[in-house]
Design a protein around this ligand. Sequence first.
Ligand code: MF3
Ligand code: CO
Length: 258
Amino acid sequence: MARQRTRVSRKSEFELRAMRKSGRILAELLAEISAAAQAGVTTRELDNLTRQRLREKGAEASFLGYRDYPAAICVEVEDVVVHGIPDGQRLEDGQIVGVDMGVFCEGMHTDSAVSFAVGELDAERRRLLEVTQAALEAGIAQMQVGSRLREVCAAVQSVAEAAGFSVVRDLVGHGIGRQIHEPPQVPNFVAEGQFAEYDLILRPGMTLAIEPMINAGTPAVRLGADGWTVRTADGRPSAHFEHTVAVTREGPEILTAI
Ligand code: MF3
Ligand code: CO
C-alpha cells in the first residue's frame, strides 16, 4: 500500500516572529487565568477574563468559532480530559483544573494548556500534575533536527506509563501555524502502523503543539452530550499540559513560555 507522505509546513523567520508574539501573549494570559482560578470562581468568569484581555492586546481567541466551539478557552475540571465548555460551574478546593487556550495574532496561531491545583490536592492528583508536566518536557526534549517524530511520542508515553498512569489514545497533538490544526498528528504514544507520522523527520521551522493528556486510571474517554466535553470513562482525574514548540538548529524553542 502506498504510504501517504505527511506534508508538514516549515515556518519562515517572519512567521516564527509572529508565533513568538502570539505565544508570549498566550503564556502571560494563561498565567493570569491560572492565578485567577480560585475556589468559588466560575469557569465562565475565566472565559470572560480571557476575552477581555485578548481584546486589550489586539489578539483573537483561536478556539472561538472553530468548528462552532462557543468559547475562548477550554476548562478541564477533574475528570474532564479536554474541551470543557466554560459555564456557571464554580471551582472547588481539591480539584485538578486545566485551562487550554489558543491565540491568533499577526496571521499565526499558538496553543497551550496548563493544569494546576485549586487549593490543596491529594497525593495522587499532585503526582498526576508533576508526571504530566514531566512527560511534556520529555517529549519537547526530543524535538531535535533530524529526529523522528516517533521519539517525541515515545518519550511522552514512557514518562507517563513508568509512573503508572495512562495515555489517552483518542486525542493527539498537532502541527500548528497558519491553522490551529495542521499536519502532522502528534500522538502521545507509539502504536506502530496506526500513524504514518511516526516516520516524519523533524526539520527546522516545523512547529508542533505537544499535548499529553494523562489519566490516573483507564485511558478510555467518553464524549459528553454537548458534543464537546471529553471525560475519563472511569471518572478518575486527568491532567493536560501543552506547549507550541518550534524545531530549530539550536534545539526546541518553546513559543508559549514567558
Ligand atoms: N488544544 C485543543 C486542541 O488542539 C483545543 C481545542 S480547539 C476547540 O484540540 F476550539 F475545538 F476547542
Ligand atoms: Co492543541
